[in-house]
Design a protein around this ligand. Structure first.
Ligand code: NAD
Ligand code: AHE
Ligand code: ZN
Ligand code: ZN
Length: 368
């Protein structure tokens, strides 16, 4: 079929709205009509050309929501009309990772997904006979996409897709990092670096966990108003002080119990670790840093009890746990609407990237 999609032909080029060819879903695959998709910083990261797995031409997008249009052979858990959120972290339930109970990082299709291909090693998208790569197993910047059955979470059909699409990445990543990865407890002191969609969701998660002091850190003062609304109690703009690390230690009587890096800067990752409390402080890396970058600290920081961790998709197992996040949003327990700064037709998707870079949006949502 012919579908409208925003194609990234090469690194750092504006996305181009094209009519591309999409093949029918094969065995174990599902055709989804994408209704809406958020634009996450990771899309900009890959578009910039610094992602070691970045391939072009590609249809980016991994924060979408849509409706099942057709199922391929052997698909049993989904049917036409089901409302779904595509998962860049699938859940097969049977691989070593899924069975371990220790991680959400299902590896069933990770290899082909990282190569921009469907599990059979081919692409469903093409233009003039030339293949276009998939992205993160989701490619939500297209009005129709094909995903593996294991990469789709079935959700409440009453949920507004132009809002719950943010549960496909940003909101879930932040809340999950707090509740699943760090396991923040009531009364804890938390420091959060970066107040984009991820950092604000960490703030929201910290509030849900009953954290006492929630320190929001950003170089853009404009982000603090929403951080406060989401539960932040203290604010640091690193451009206005000498040392963020010292400031956090001062505010928390010795260091944060938990810190979260939500920017993707290795310099901030070090600060986030070193502002943690001696003996137990845990720092969670969420931000994605470019190919070739490395983190460093004195090993003494770890010897003296600080813990360095990382989190992908908030440690959330998408097929079993994401529908519950949607339900919590529907009950008013998770805020999403406030994070949608702009909703725009996909034709304006390059503006969404511009607003993100300029710090003018938390999330832009494109619709089809
Ligand atoms: P965003 O661009 O919306 O927000 C980034 C924020 O960081 C902005 O508010 C910006 O002002 C702030 N910032 C920039 N430099 C700073 C500095 N030196 N000190 C303090 N704040 C600074 O991005 P986002 O969509 O929230 O994503 C954040 C990061 O998380 C990205 O690296 C993204 O790739 C990554 N990410 C990771 C996962 C995961 O599963 N691990 C999921 C989603 C996003
Ligand atoms: N291809 C990138 C990987 C970047 C990365 O870490 N991605 C996160 C999700 S970011 C969503 O906004 C993730 O889930 N990682 C686990 C995985 O298996 O990719 C790179 O830098 O190589
Ligand atoms: Zn993302
Ligand atoms: Zn698995």
């Amino acid at each position: 079929m012919k579908v409208k999609a925003a194609v990234a032909w090469g690194p750092n080029q504006p996305l181009s709205i094209e009519t591309v060819d999409l093949e029918a879903p094969k065995k174990g695959e599902v055709l989804v009509r994408i209704v809406a998709s958020g634009v996450c910083h990771t899309d900009a990261y890959t578009l910039s050309g610094v992602d070691p797995e970045g391939l072009f031409p590609v249809i980016l997008g991994h924060e979408g929501a849509g409706i099942v249009e057709e199922v391929g052979e052997g698909v049993t858990s989904l049917k036409k009309g089901d409302h779904v959120i595509p998962l860049y972290t699938p859940e097969c339930g049977t691989c070593k990772f899924c069975k371990s109970g220790k991680t959400n990082l299902c590896q069933r299709i990770r290899e082909t997904q990282g190569k921009g291909l469907m599990p059979d090693g081919t692409s469903r998208f093409s233009k003039d006979g030339k293949p276009i790569f998939h992205y993160m197993g989701t490619s939500t910047f297209a009005e129709y996409t094909v995903c593996a059955e294991i990469s789709l979470a079935k959700i409440d059909p009453k949920a507004p897709l132009d809002k719950v699409c943010l549960l496909g990445c940003g909101v879930t990543t932040g809340i999950g990092a707090v509740l699943n990865t760090a396991k923040v407890e009531k009364g804890a002191n938390v420091a959060v670096f970066g107040m984009g969609g991820i950092g604000l969701s960490v703030i929201q998660g910290a509030k849900m966990a009953g954290a006492e002091k929630i320190i929001a850190i950003d170089i853009n003062d404009a982000k603090f108003e929403m951080a406060k609304d989401f539960g932040a109690t203290d604010f640091i703009n690193p451009t206005k002080i000498n040392s963020v690390t010292e400031e956090v230690i001062k505010l928390t009587d010795g260091g944060a119990d938990y810190s979260f890096e939500c920017v993707g800067s290795t310099k901030l990752m070090r600060q986030a670790l070193e502002c943690c409390h001696k003996g137990w402080g845990t720092s969670v890396i969420i931000g994605v840093a470019a190919a070739g970058e490395e983190i460093s600290t004195r090993p003494f920081q770890l010897v003296t009890g600080r813990v360095w961790k990382g989190s992908a998709f908030g440690g959330v197992k998408g097929r079993t746990e994401l529908p519950g996040y949607v339900d919590r949003y529907m009950k008013g327990e998770i805020k999403i609407d406030e994070m949608v700064t702009f909703t725009m037709p996909v034709e304006q998707i390059n503006d969404a990237f511009k607003y993100m870079k300029e710090g003018k949006s938390i999330r832009s949502v494109v619709t089809f």
